[in-house]
Design a binder for this molecule. Structure first.
Ligand SMILES: Nc1ncnc2c1ncn2[C@@H]1O[C@H](COP(=O)(O)OP(=O)(O)OP(=O)(O)O)[C@@H](O)[C@H]1O
Ligand SMILES: [Mg+2]
Length: 233
């Protein structure tokens, strides 16, 4: 049986934290995980099970204590272990490959909705006019056409979440890591976000969504459970 090679493959991935002087917490414990092209994986687990820690590692926002994360470029089949990249190359990976939707959105308070969406493209050298038109088009897709000049504090939670999603996908990333993208949203808004993610996925992006919400399972191409930092099989 032929199987597509994963675009991202974590092998023996662990992340421990020390709390206080003596307590060691293994937030991610020897995880093996593959992510395929254009695949939407739902990562499900209770609070404290290691979901955010794992997404941060995959997105190059945090470094593991042990293990590797192989990124395979589908264009030329080249492979690189992002854990071993120097700071400049890791920044390139984050900037060019990864869209991140944070658990608490992390919008910039003193930028408007459209400016928040534009931020990841500021270092790209693309003209500000083109960046603006891309950002506005994305906000429209998200049903936020009359909200572009609002500041985050003038937006509802669901609206802020959609701005955060637009910001994550404006660079056409290879991966989107979405941490509780529907947390605290009503069901309709949550489903709208999942349908958007599904559409992004179908256009070639690989997505991992961390959630507590079992109801999101129907959107998954694959469903994995994490408990105490370990995958449950
Ligand atoms: N920077 C840190 N320092 C110490 N412990 C941490 C740190 N970050 C996470 N942890 C611990 O690691 C474990 C996993 O945390 P993580 O945030 O990954 O869980 P989670 O599954 O995302 O939970 P939630 O659903 O509540 O967001 C928890 O026990 C947490 O307290
Ligand atoms: Mg979390």
């Amino acid at each position: 049986m032929s199987r597509r090679k994963p675009v991202l493959e974590a092998v023996g991935l662990s992340r421990t934290f020390t709390r206080g002087k003596a307590e060691i917490i293994t937030a991610v414990n020897n995880v093996d995980f593959q992510l395929n092209e254009s695949e939407l994986v739902i990562l499900m687990g209770p609070s404290g099970s290691g979901k955010s820690t794992l997404l941060n590692l995959l997105g190059g926002l945090d470094a593991p204590t042990d293990g590797s994360i192989i990124y395979r470029n589908p264009e030329d089949d080249s492979e690189v272990d992002i854990v071993k990249l120097d700071e400049n190359k890791l920044t390139d990976y984050r900037r060019n490959r990864v869209g991140f939707v944070f658990q608490n959105w992390m919008l910039i308070d003193n930028l408007t909705a459209v400016e928040n969406v534009e931020v990841p493209l500021y270092p790209s050298g693309i003209s500000s006019r083109i960046i603006r038109s891309k950002a506005i088009a994305l906000l429209r897709q998200m049903g936020l056409d009359d909200r572009e000049d609002h500041f985050p504090k003038e937006l509802s939670g669901g609206e802020q979440q959609r701005v955060a999603l637009a910001r994550a996908i404006i660079t056409n990333p290879t991966f989107v890591f979405a941490d509780e993208p529907t947390g605290n949203l009503d069901q309709d808004t949550g489903e709208r976000i999942m349908r958007l993610l599904k559409r992004v996925c179908r256009s070639g992006t690989s997505i991992v969504v961390a959630t507590h919400d079992i109801g999101l399972r129907r959107y998954a191409d694959r469903f994995v459970k994490i408990l105490d930092g370990q995958f449950q099989h």
